[in-house]
Design a protein around this ligand. Structure first.
Ligand SMILES: [Cu+2]
Length: 340
């Protein structure tokens, strides 16, 4: 009975851990770069594991033999000063093995580094990610400026396409990290870094700022949606569409408030007069999965809560508390919900 109860608890936990592992894990194996890391990791693990087992094996062998050697010494004194030929061979073999092991690790590192650098040279898509305390500004670059798309806190990538992500920061040092796809790379104010990703598995992956950047460092997350190329292009085209002007009276009132009052001083909404770039672009705000870089799930109650008191939800955030009358708060919430 007890065992059955334990199994019913443990199995869902394990299944949860497996899907979570895919969502945010170095073992996610969802991009060429991550599989290169995994190959290198496996080589290191095997070489070091074999060495470790050999050392432990010889240690126990030595302990066993030293006991017998003491007994033998008592019987035939004088012979123990001569080094045994077997010991010499073992020593030479052991030294050679260490040399081969170290060389294997060095060669594996060299080839992994080289293939990662090569992936960076053949990118087909370029994205600029700019870190801010505490959110991510994402821009999809295009030779045709009218096709340049700006979003926030959610990145869409086409599967199988090498992407170069250019990394910048507007304030302090942050670190871009999507464990399932690639390694970490810092975003440094005044400089430019980059990281290459070639996703191989369609799915949703969580990313997180990996360099302590202030009070809300933990609430500086994002998601990467890897999708088939056709879906990605469709999403991009949709993203370029301006926001629709609402028709319902409440949302209409919110539209007027947002585009003419405090909100428009920091945010941009495509197709309206709001075009500031201090805060996230809100053109398709409501189609995101979360509010404030992974702080709250996207829904009506949370949008209202966030607009009403951003400092209460995410203390220290740059978004100030705007004292809104209940009518205005309802109107702004209703309008933001239309931004899909
Ligand atoms: Cu950060």
């Amino acid at each position: 009975m007890r065992l059955a109860r334990r199994v019913t608890i443990i199995i869902p936990l394990l299944l949860g851990a497996c899907s979570y592992q895919h969502y945010q894990s170095d073992f996610g194996n969802a991009a060429v770069e991550d599989s290169q890391f995994l190959t290198l990791f496996t080589i290191f693990l095997v070489v070091c594991g074999v060495m470790y087992l050999l050392v432990i094996g010889f240690l126990f062998l030595g302990i066993g033999r030293s006991g017998r050697a003491v007994e033998a010494n008592v019987v035939e004194t004088g012979r123990h000063h001569q080094s045994h030929p077997l010991m010499r061979t073992t020593l030479i073999g052991w030294t050679a093995l260490i040399g081969i092991g170290l060389a294997a690790l060095a060669i594996a590192s060299f080839f992994a580094d080289r293939s990662m650098a090569q992936a960076a040279a053949h990118e087909k898509l370029s994205i600029t990610v700019t870190a801010n305390q505490w959110w991510w500004d994402v821009q999809y670059n295009s030779a045709d400026v009218s096709k340049t798309l700006r979003t926030a806190n959610e990145i869409h990538l086409p599967v199988g396409v090498p992407v170069r992500i250019i990394l910048r920061s507007n304030d302090v040092i942050h670190s871009f990290w999507v464990p399932s796809l690639a390694g970490k790379q810092d975003l440094i104010p005044g400089g430019e870094n980059d990281i290459s990703v070639t996703p191989t598995k369609v799915g949703l992956y969580r990313g997180q700022c990996a360099e302590f950047c202030g009070a809300q460092h933990a609430n500086m997350a994002f998601v990467v949606q890897v999708e088939p190329y056709a879906d990605f292009i469709k999403w991009w085209e949709q993203g370029l569409q301006p926001a629709k002007t609402p028709t319902a009276p409440l949302a209409m009132a919110g539209y007027h408030y947002v585009t003419t009052r405090e909100c428009a001083m920091c945010h941009a909404i495509g197709g309206t007069t709001a075009n500031a770039t201090v805060g996230p672009d809100l053109t398709h705000f409501a189609s995101n999965r979360s509010i404030a870089a992974g702080t709250l799930p996207m829904n009506h109650a949370n949008i209202r809560r966030w607009v009403d008191d951003p400092q209460g939800v995410k203390p220290g955030t740059k978004m100030p508390k705007v004292p809104l009358a209940p009518n205005d708060l309802n109107a702004v919430t209703a309008y933001l919900e239309t931004l899909k």
